[in-house]
Design a protein around this ligand. Structure first.
Ligand code: DGT
Ligand code: CA
Ligand code: ZN
Length: 574
């Protein structure tokens, strides 16, 4: 069994226990073990073979009960505890938990009351109106379940960039150290920094490809070899992620990297240009009509052969970048170094994990010149949002932090105010008027009709105190789609009212997305690239937001937190 398969067993145990109605804490140990096994860099089989149960206990999140169960699973391929549990609770029910907003209690109830065992049966029961009369249910919750089932059908199997990139970076560091490796880089959608990625593509430059491939497939966290050839191999890791590795001789590295970075459409465009010059471009080389090869060790050379300047990977989507490059009109893309501060963060005043001062100090350490403290407003459940009274109290603490930081950091007092379902904001104008900066965000009732939900954004933008719309669509990657916004209307209002739109850099959001960000800057709308940090570590998310902006052809002058703080202050006042 692989780590991932073991992890899946424990996740199933936890799901079934919850459906049976066990109290949460009894399931926590299984969930923790499942997560820990998924993230483990070593093969559990090796640990177990070397040191048995005792060695298993060294794995974080694995206590005696779990270690014994891993031992049983690895020895017999089965778990008696799970087999018994399945007699109480059919294992198929766990599948129902994938439906968004459907919890174990309801799943258990649908099974007991109606014998529902599968998503198909649940859909049938909901369509026949059989769920609405059960305890705690109604017509609305029935409709919600149907919508949830429908959204499952759209599930992509893609992973958010932020879940893959850190793993791929570690992997790359290991590959760099394999014998004979001269160069190694990520390619594919990961290098283009798409918001979600299908798999990990890696390119290596080495004189002896077969030796590198043999070493790669033998890495300890490889669970399965899906394919192994002389220049290419494909594997699945213990965490379930898949990677393809191509190895090329160093003198061909440029064409190989360019090819594997894609996108497919961008490459098609380049091949057409090559053909016009009598060249045929492959991952190996440019082939001339006389049959000789033109080799490129770097990507720059590939583009130069075609008469093009280097095109950043984030732009390679065939969205006009080749035409722009030909005209010398590529944008000077924003970089993380351009960013002067972060204008969206939370503290212990609402649902953040650190104090104002701790966040300020972390920001100063990163070399920021400005931050905005933007805790939540009151109506949003569970986040301890700020009433006008508590905002006044918070102001005093902001003043204290300002004294401590002196001239080294500008601290703006702000709020992330909720857009209520009825188009009003969650704080009175008088409270907003006293703040330095106001972000308005959509969190609740995001499944309203297009007209209704769009109206809420328009109303917020027309409020003179609102400076920024936070994570405009409220999407959650990879599978929760954003609100059904009328983007034409949203962008038009942003341009007219001079409201900035946020690119929320949290890798689960990346919202605005690249496409809307590009439309926005073309219309002269200003953007803010913010991390929405709830802990100082989250400030690291910045690079994901910047990458999204770069994919949207955004330059530093489009981004209010890339400006000198003086200019930002002037803009906030205007
Ligand atoms: P993904 O993995 O779905 O997130 O997307 P990509 O872009 O990483 O695509 P993938 O993994 O199927 O292929 C990796 C790269 O290989 C792709 O970006 C460009 C190149 N490639 C794959 N198939 C073709 C093809 O049929 N023609 C050309 N020109 N390039 C291809
Ligand atoms: Ca890929
Ligand atoms: Zn926030």
């Amino acid at each position: 069994m692989t780590n991932k398969e073991l992890a899946d067993v424990f996740a199933l145990v936890a799901d079934l226990l919850e459906i049976r109605g066990e109290v949460i804490y009894k399931t926590l140990a299984y969930r923790k073990a499942s997560e820990s096994l998924t993230g483990l860099g070593r093969d559990v089989n090796d640990i177990w073979k070397q040191g048995g149960i005792k060695a298993l206990l060294e794995i974080p999140g694995v206590g005696k009960a779990i270690a014994e169960k891993i031992d049983e699973l690895l020895a017999t391929g089965q778990l008696q505890f799970l087999e018994k549990l399945k007699q109480d609770v059919p294992a198929e029910l766990a599948e129902l938990l994938q439906i968004p907003d459907l919890g174990p209690k309801k799943v258990g109830m649908f099974y007991k009351e109606l014998g529902v065992l599968s998503i198909a049966q649940l859909k049938e029961a909901a369509e026949a109106g059989k769920l609405r009369d059960l305890p705690g249910m109604g017509e609305k919750s029935e409709i919600k379940i149907l919508a949830g089932i429908e959204s499952l059908g759209r599930r992509s199997g893609r992973l958010p960039l932020g879940s893959v990139l850190p793993f791929a970076e570690e992997l790359l560091a290991v590959i760099h150290k394999l014998p004979g490796v001269k160069a190694a880089e990520m390619a594919g959608s990961l290098r283009r920094m798409r918001a979600t990625v299908g798999d990990i593509d890696l390119i290596v430059g080495a004189e002896q490809p077969e030796a590198v491939i043999a070493a790669f497939v033998a890495l300890p966290n490889v669970a399965r070899v899906l394919g192994q050839g002389t220049v290419k191999s494909s594997v699945e890791f213990h965490n379930g992620m898949r990677a393809q590795l191509w190895v090329h001789r160093p003198e061909r590295y440029g064409t190989a990297l360019q090819y594997a970075t894609g996108s497919k459409d961008h490459n098609v465009r380049l091949r057409e240009m090559a053909l016009d010059k009598g060249l045929s471009l492959s991952d190996q080389a440019f082939l001339k009509e006389d049959g000789s090869e033109l080799l490129c060790a770097t990507e720059e050379e590939v583009y130069a052969v075609l008469g093009l300047p280097y095109i950043s990977p984030e732009l390679r989507e065939d969205r006009g970048e080749v035409q722009a490059a030909l005209k010398g009109a590529l944008p000077k893309l924003v970089t993380t170094e351009d960013i002067q501060g972060d204008l969206h963060m939370h503290t212990t005043w609402s649902d953040g994990q650190m104090s104002i001062l701790q966040m300020a100090e972390a920001a100063r350490q990163r070399g920021y010149k400005v931050i905005a403290i933007t805790d939540h407003s009151p109506s949003l459940g569970l986040v301890n949002g700020l009433t006008p009274e508590r905002l006044q109290e918070q102001r005093k603490e902001i003043e204290k932090a300002r004294k401590k930081m002196g001239d080294s950091l500008l601290i703006l007092h702000g709020i992330e105010v909720d857009m209520r379902a009825d188009t009003t904001l969650d704080l009175p104008d008088e409270a907003l008027a006293e703040l330095d900066i106001v972000i308005a965000s959509l969190h609740i009732s995001m499944r309203q009709s297009r007209a209704q939900v769009t109206d809420r954004l328009l109303a917020a933008m027309h409020n003179p105190h609102v400076d920024i719309i936070g994570h405009p669509s409220n999407r959650n990657l990879p599978d929760r789609e954003g609100a059904d916004l009328d983007w034409d209307a949203v962008l038009k209002a942003a341009a007219e009212t001079g409201t900035a739109l946020e690119i929320n850099a949290n890798p689960r959001r990346l919202d605005l997305d690249d496409v809307q960000a590009r439309r926005a800057v073309e219309m002269g709308i200003k953007l803010a690239i913010n991390t929405d940090a709830h802990h100082s570590d989250h400030m690291d998310f910045l690079s994901y937001g910047v990458a999204t902006a770069r994919r949207g052809w955004v330059t530093a002058k489009d981004v209010i937190n890339a400006w000198d703080p003086k200019d930002l202050l002037a803009w906030l006042k205007s």
